[in-house]
Design a protein around this ligand. Structure first.
Ligand code: IPE
Ligand code: IPE
Ligand code: MG
Length: 238
């Protein structure tokens, strides 16, 4: 879609699954299950709206500190979703990629991820970037290590060169970052890449976040004046 006001890359911090379940007297796992339904809805909506990249924060490095049972539920849901959606991602032209620290993922999940990444690597319609076992600071440290291991000299480091060592290599920065559940923080999500992102915070809990509200966030984004440190064109003319 040739609409310059459309955010081409949207990042979503999908928060509030636990509270959604607790409010209903349900186990937290129910909130995560319902959250997966919203993920599917967002992918469909992104295809319809002509978004190029959708980045979803699914599980942070810090989330490994949650009780074992909850981590297991989330990992199980993830593996199941990858298997269920495999053929539709291939068919719909969705490129799937995971950003994050893969060393902590169990081999079975890693295998499922790598199979889907390989099967969809040439797809161009929508890139679905899943932040899993992800922490922005960890990503930066791993990038520094990669640069050093590649014998990159200090003089040749630029923002562009450094960016090429990040997990998000080749992906433009997010234009819009949405966080649900009323929290107003990044919680270690895309901290390098969000330098000039616009933010949209909503009290809606993730299991209640619909495509209508995604559209509302996009409409809100379209009213923003992104200056990137410059002055408005009309002010230059004065
Ligand atoms: C977001 O919902 C999902 C993950 C972090 C995996 P939460 O599980 O953080 O839900 P709340 O914040 O406890 O309500
Ligand atoms: C951020 O949510 C991580 C994800 C949504 C996957 P958290 O619920 O873990 O964040 P904090 O602990 O409230 O900052
Ligand atoms: Mg939370």
């Amino acid at each position: 879609m040739a609409d310059r006001l459309l955010p081409l890359h949207i990042g979503i911090i999908m928060d509030g699954n636990g509270r959604w379940a607790e409010l209903r007297g349900l186990p937290r796992a129910e909130g995560h299950k319902r959250g997966v339904e919203r993920v599917k809805e967002m992918v469909d909506a992104s295809l319809n709206f002509g978004i190029d990249v959708l980045s979803l924060y699914a599980f942070s490095l810090e989330n490994w500190l949650r009780p074992y049972e909850e981590v297991s539920v989330i990992m199980h849901l993830l593996k199941r979703t990858i298997k269920e959606e495999f053929s539709s991602f291939v068919k719909e032209g969705i490129q799937f990629r995971v950003i994050g620290n893969r060393t902590r993922l169990n081999p079975e999940i890693l295998q499922a991820i790598e199979a889907l990444e390989a099967a969809t690597k040439d797809n161009k319609r929508l890139t679905l970037q899943c932040a899993l076992s992800y922490g922005g600071r960890d990503e930066i440290i791993r990038a520094v290590k990669r640069a050093i291991n590649n014998n990159i000299s200090a003089d040749s480091i630029t923002e562009e060169v450094f960016g090429s060592f990040l997990d998000t290599n080749g992906i433009p920065d997010p234009d819009l970052i949405i966080r649900t559940s009323g929290e107003m923080r990044l919680s270690n999500f895309l901290i390098w890449q969000s330098a000039y992102s616009e933010f949209y915070f909503t009290d809606t809990l993730w299991p209640d976040f619909t495509k209508e509200e995604l559209l509302q966030a996009i409409q809100n984004y379209r009213t923003r004046d992104r200056r990137f440190g410059k002055v408005k064109r009309c002010m230059v003319a004065q």
